[in-house]
Ligand binder design. Structure first.
Ligand SMILES: C[S@@+](CC[C@H](N)C(=O)[O-])C[C@H]1O[C@@H](n2cnc3c(N)ncnc32)[C@H](O)[C@@H]1O
Length: 225
């Protein structure tokens, strides 16, 4: 199995634990230092746009979360098409396949769309499938995408936006900076900006809290007889 953008090897290690022999490449030697610990000498520094493997030599590739970070998707899928054997497969796990629907996710999703109205930077199936199919690959559809929920608070997400998170490797200037600032303000204006919405929907969480508060509220005391 060949992991394109193996990173620290966390996914590859799990696949290895399930009996697969996984090789991986990544651009970042820092990430690969960790992957080396996890996978042993089966990893190499290489560009996904120029895979260091022979044509039609890979029966099973996998790629988790590299395609939103900036590589030229056309060139990556050129390489996937070149290196896969006939009948070979390459599941791609996108970073933005399923958007969180909680209040933090809505703000971040809207920001992503405003910064990238053509959705060319996003790595969901709507963006990737046409690129892959243009290279003779067959898109088989999505599998078991679970709705996700932000596990960090609105304020921490706002701080991460200031630090560049969710913009990938693309620099943001001018109007983009204004859009990021606006999203940050929306985040810190949410109710309970220091509480992660990980219990599902923020409105639900507030609803539950209100209900619990009502249940545990002490009954009004009767006036002493
Ligand atoms: C978000 S990390 C995901 C890592 C790993 N797949 C995982 O799930 O933990 C994205 C990885 O893609 C790598 N990457 C980005 N562009 C690449 C390219 N052109 N060639 C190879 N690796 C690349 C980055 O170095 C980084 O390790």
């Amino acid at each position: 199995m060949f992991d394109i953008g193996v990173g620290t090897g966390i996914v590859a290690a799990e696949l290895t634990a399930r009996g697969h022999v996984v090789y991986g490449i990544d651009l970042s030697s820092g990430m690969l230092a960790r992957a080396l610990d996890r996978l042993g000498p089966r990893v190499a520094v290489a560009d996904a746009c120029r895979l260091p493997v022979r044509t039609a030599s890979v029966s099973q590739a996998v790629s988790t979360w590299p395609l939103h970070t900036g590589p030229d998707r056309g060139r990556v899928f050129d390489e996937v098409a070149r290196t896969l054997r006939p009948g070979g497969r390459c599941p791609v796990i996108p970073a933005g396949g399923t958007r969180p629907t909680d209040d933090v996710g809505v703000v971040v999703g809207e920001l992503e769309d405003r910064l990238d109205p053509g959705r060319t930077r996003q790595d969901g199936p709507w963006t990737l499938a046409p690129v892959a199919e243009a290279r003779g690959l067959v898109y088989r559809g999505t599998a078991s995408e679970r709705p996700t929920t932000f596990r960090v608070s609105p304020r921490a997400t706002a701080d991460s936006l200031a630090g560049g998170l969710f913009r990938g490797a693309w620099s943001v200037t001018g109007e983009g900076i204004r859009l990021v600032d606006e999203a940050r303000e929306r985040l810190v204006s949410l109710p309970d900006p220091d509480v992660p919405p990980c219990a599902g929907d923020v409105r639900l969480r507030h609803g539950v809290r209100e209900a619990v508060k009502r249940v545990v509220q002490p009954r009004p005391r009767r006036a002493a007889a």
